[in-house]
Design a binder for this molecule. Structure first.
Ligand SMILES: Cc1cc2nc3c(=O)[nH]c(=O)nc-3n(C[C@H](O)[C@H](O)[C@H](O)COP(=O)(O)OP(=O)(O)OC[C@H]3O[C@@H](n4cnc5c(N)ncnc54)[C@H](O)[C@@H]3O)c2cc1C
Length: 437
């Protein structure tokens, strides 16, 4: 282990002790140790499957506050999965429950339209009572994942490290790392994000389009408490979300901002002084939280939609953003990736119990079948919602406001929307239902 290099896990010790040809072995190789990749690794290795994760980034940099200013809305199903995997207990104290969501329409500098949609946890039936979801800083989740991963003997993380060459032979996949070591494995999982090199190298085509929008992200301090309420305020440029975070130790109230803005305006917004930026926030958001101030930096992400034409290939499976990247309008991208990880883990753990080849075509065939509907549905819903709400066309504005108000008046419909957003609908993998593998 060098200063900037992490190698943990029993296999790292075993392999480095072997020393003859420096060869590594693992039943599964995961390329990409981001939020989806590390969760996938913990699910597999926690069930005894020898798993090696390779990430090209330095873990210390990935966990630094400056790397990723985002917080994620974690759906109930995802929190249940993280709990079973022993990850949630490490982040729960910093996870802010969401008890209410208020969806409204508006224009810059004007009060919100009088018609709105309000999801409250009291609308849920007894079976699903509880928070609608949680807001957690990505940095906090990354720390929890790394701490949990380090405890699992069957999990090895090599970072920073990259794959120089990958051969997917009939009987095994063989990866050569840039440091020359070779790894033989049954299955390679690509969790290397939207610009997945593994996906491209496998010749898997994608459908992709750029939205004319960026997401500006920041942490806000405000004077009044948020009372566990998430606000999704639709402005002509796109959704403007203010999501509740836990208070600081000093009792400072905080929320996470995801402000969708036209791409051409974003450089100017990013260059504003803190005071001018805060003034722009106040013009867009009714002051129910009192004075809003952005603190600790701003980040902007160009928004696009991307999905892979297939999510398995010979001895290869895609999870997370490598398989699909969606608009953050409903805070579901990571949740979708976690459901990929849960489904694939269930398939692989079952295959191993039966003594099957984890990279075998019959084993992998179940994965796209299982994930297809959920993935396509969310791709379509997020894209349509963004088109419906990111405009200022009078009749469309009227129709959508009436739609919001109509849904608000129909409790069963409202409950259905809420169960979808909570990740509790469909053919759920065991982990998402809160059951061990
Ligand atoms: C503004 C914004 C807000 C969002 N809010 C939410 C939200 O509230 N809720 C939600 O569910 N989702 C949200 N998302 C989506 C969510 O952030 C992503 O879906 C999620 O981070 C994807 O995780 P991932 O692990 O699949 O990919 P990534 O986070 O991209 O991780 C990929 C990893 O692979 C590594 N890697 C890349 N290439 C290689 C290589 N060649 N070799 C080795 N390693 C490699 C990288 O270093 C990285 O660690 C949001 C997205 C945006 C842009």
């Amino acid at each position: 282990m060098t200063a900037n290099r992490v190698e943990f896990g029993a296999m790292a010790k075993k392999n480095s002790a072997k020393g003859q040809d420096g060869g590594l072995t693992a039943e599964v190789l995961i390329v990409g140790g981001g939020l989806a990749g590390l969760t996938q690794a913990i699910a597999l290795a926690g069930a005894g499957i020898e798993t090696l994760v390779v990430d090209r980034a330095d873990p210390a940099l990935l966990q630094a506050a400056a790397h990723d200013g985002r917080s994620s809305a974690i759906a109930r199903g995802s929190s249940q999965m993280l709990a079973v995997l022993g990850i949630w207990e490490r982040m729960a104290a910093q996870a802010q429950p969401i008890m209410d969501i208020r969806v409204s329409d508006g224009r810059v500098g004007r009060a919100a339209a009088p018609l709105f949609l309000h999801f409250a946890q009291e609308n849920l039936d007894a079976e699903t009572a509880g928070p609608l979801g949680y807001i957690v800083e990505n940095r906090v989740m990354r720390e929890a994942l790394h701490a949990r991963a380090a405890e699992i003997p069957a999990l090895e993380l090599l970072a920073p490290a990259s794959i120089a060459e990958l051969r997917r032979d009939p009987g095994a996949a063989v990866a050569r790392l840039e440091d020359g070591r070779e790894l033989r494995t049954q299955l390679v999982i690509a969790a290397d994000g939207r610009n997945s090199q593994l996906r491209a190298a496998a010749g898997i085509e994608t459908t992709k389009w750029d939205y004319p929008q960026c997401g500006i992200v920041a942490t806000l301090h405000h004077d009044k408490p948020h009372h566990a309420m998430a606000f999704e305020h639709f402005l002509p440029a796109g959704p403007f979300a203010v999501l509740p975070m836990t208070d600081t130790h000093e009792g400072q109230h905080r929320s996470s901002l995801v402000w969708t803005e036209k791409r051409e305006l974003v450089p100017a917004m990013m260059a504003l002084s803190d005071d001018a930026f805060s003034a722009e926030l106040m013009r867009r958001f009714a002051p129910s939280l009192g004075d809003l101030r952005a603190v600790g930096g701003r980040w902007s992400y160009p928004l696009s939609l991307l999905f892979a034409e297939r999510i398995v290939d010979h001895r290869l499976a895609l999870v997370g953003d490598a398989a699909h990247g969606i608009h953050p309008i409903s805070g579901q991208g990571l949740n979708l990736g976690l459901r990929d990880a849960a489904a694939l883990a269930e398939i692989l753990v079952e295959a191993r119990r039966l003594g099957l080849d984890l990279g075998g075509a019959e084993v992998l065939a179940g994965y796209p079948r299982w994930r297809r509907f959920d993935n396509l549905a969310l791709i379509a819903v997020t894209d349509s919602l963004n088109r419906l709400f990111s405009n200022d066309i009078g009749p469309i504005r009227l129709a959508r406001d009436l739609g919001l108000a109509a849904v608000n008046q129909v409790p069963p419909l409202k409950r259905l929307f809420m169960r979808h957003a909570m990740g509790l609908v469909g053919d759920l993998p065991k982990l998402v239902r809160g059951e061990a593998l």
